[in-house]
Write a protein that binds this ligand. Structure first.
Ligand code: NCD
Length: 325
């Protein structure tokens, strides 16, 4: 784990990364620099004129080879709030069917004078390949089941915002750990920031090797609930599963669904997160999703500030101190 740098040492560290590809290779101070910069940008969204000139004259492209609603919109809006020009490029199955590789597609788009490419792709490592191939900055918006760094950054931002800290908290990631890029990025961020992470779900959805990342594995949600400060409820990634990995949705819901009844076993101030899209009635009930412990919509709001911070930093901006956490 990276050492914690505080005070003057932290302030003197200069941000040098041109890409944001994963959280595995970020040091703790870099994650904190993104969170602090995001906190300072949040104020921009509260203004009546929601714009700063930080990326004026720069071009940001969203290149999405997989469906997305919130992530793509959030990156677009974040770039616009920084005054960048933006283009959304969703690659349909039909244009890929013409035979062009994703690398050629990306190189052609870069040739139009792009500064930052935000990439979502179904293949793990695709953004890393593009970062080595292209001259522009590359930001990973989700690569297969590998990582989704900005989602985890907005998750930890929301936890820090509401709980005031990450260090020492117990955070459970519930559900489809095997196929979830959100789980992997959350594990890297949370463990680097000093949280205790429990991954909880059916044995078929938890790879044994995940223990090597320093997390606790649990198969009973009811057993771990009383000691959790945060529950991050992950979507079952049906589109990435090759075979039925649990007997039925009803059984999954009975054992792992987060319900009002089940939440009675949790701490009064337990915080509930979900990256979305949520499947009401499978991973959690509507009452829980919309209930007092849920921060689901705050996550979406915070995602905008986090993505502004990431676009700003990879384009050469210096980390900004948080005005408030
Ligand atoms: C996540 C994703 O795409 O990995 N969603 C998102 O970015 N809003 C989580 C998911 O699809 O379950």
């Amino acid at each position: 784990m990276a050492t914690d740098l505080t005070g003057p040492a932290k302030a003197s560290r200069a941000w040098t990364r041109r890409h944001l590809l994963d959280l595995e290779h970020l040091e703790r101070w870099e994650i904190e620099a993104i969170l602090d910069t995001a906190a300072s940008f949040r104020e921009v969204s509260a203004r009546s004129r929601k714009k700063v000139p930080a990326l004026q004259g720069k071009v940001v492209v969203n290149l999405f080879f997989e469906p997305s609603t919130r992530t793509r919109t959030s990156f677009s809006l974040a770039a616009k709030r920084l005054s960048a020009d933006t283009i959304d490029f969703t690659v349909s199955a039909s244009s890929m069917a013409k035979g062009e590789t994703y690398i050629d597609t990306a190189r052609n788009i870069e040739a139009m004078g792009i500064d930052i490419m935000v990439v979502r792709h179904q293949t793990p490592g695709a953004p890393h390949v593009l970062a080595r191939t292209l001259n522009c900055s590359v930001v990973n918006a989700g690569d297969g089941a590998h990582e989704h760094p900005t989602q985890a950054l907005l998750d930890v931002f929301t936890i820090r915002d509401i709980k005031g800290r990450i260090e020492g908290l117990t955070v459970a990631l519930i559900g489809d750990i095997a196929h979830s890029r959100v789980a992997r990025s959350n594990i890297w961020a949370l463990t680097k920031l000093g949280a205790h992470v429990i991954v909880c779900g059916p044995p078929t959805l938890i790879p044994r090797s995940i223990a090597e990342l320093g997390v606790e594995i649990a198969y009973s949600l009811d057993e771990i609930l009383p000691r959790c400060d945060v529950l991050n409820v992950l979507r079952i990634q049906f589109e990435r599963q090759r075979a039925g990995l649990f007997p039925s949705i009803q059984e999954y819901f009975a054992l792992y669904g987060v319900t009002e009844e089940r939440l009675k076993r949790a701490k009064d101030d337990v915080l509930l997160l979900a990256p979305g899209p949520i499947n009401r009635g499978i991973e959690l009930t509507p009452g829980v999703a919309d209930g007092p412990q849920s921060a689901v919509l705050r996550q979406v709001t915070n995602g905008l500030a986090v993505r502004m911070a990431v676009l700003y930093l990879v384009s050469g901006g210096a980390p900004r101190p948080a005005l408030v956490h």
